[in-house]
Design a protein around this ligand. Structure first.
Ligand code: FES
Length: 142
């Protein structure tokens, strides 16, 4: 199987069977974001305890890239410290900009590296990560 085909399958699997979809309790940190270029939205909720992401959920409507990215992100950051999650976010952003990164750290997220060839889609891929960065920046985390 070609690598591109494998990547496409990983993306479609997360789009069709999104992980960590739904809502957490009202005590969770909530961030709602909209991609201004298309109007698609994501609502991210995160429960942080002692600097560790205990649980994270999302809801949203968007293209396959944005929803697959959100699904993979929530899987990837659960159980990580906020600092580790932000480092992953930094690596992911570098990857979709086409810069060299340590792909081992990114796991399934590597499947989105083709986005770097379509600059208009970078916002799709990073929408959930932007929500994560905002959530990490709230008083509830500090
Ligand atoms: Fe709207 Fe991708 S087209 S998030």
């Amino acid at each position: 199987m070609q690598l591109d085909e494998l990547y496409r399958q990983v993306i479609m699997d997360h789009y069709q069977n999104p992980r960590n979809q739904g809502r957490l309790s009202d005590e969770a940190i909530s961030v709602d974001l909209r991609n201004p270029s298309c109007g698609d939205e994501i609502s991210l909720q995160m429960m942080v305890e002692n600097g560790v992401v205990k649980d994270v959920r999302f809801k949203g409507s968007g293209c396959s890239i944005s929803m697959a990215s959100a699904s993979m992100m929530t899987d990837a950051i659960k159980g990580k410290t906020i600092a580790e999650a932000l480092e992953l976010s930094r690596e992911f952003r570098e990857m979709v900009k086409g810069n060299e990164v340590d792909l081992d750290q990114l796991g399934e997220l590597e499947s989105l590296q083709g986005v770097s060839k379509f600059p208009a889609r970078i916002k799709c891929a990073t929408l959930a990560w932007q929500a994560l960065e905002r959530a990490a920046d709230t008083d509830a985390v500090h």
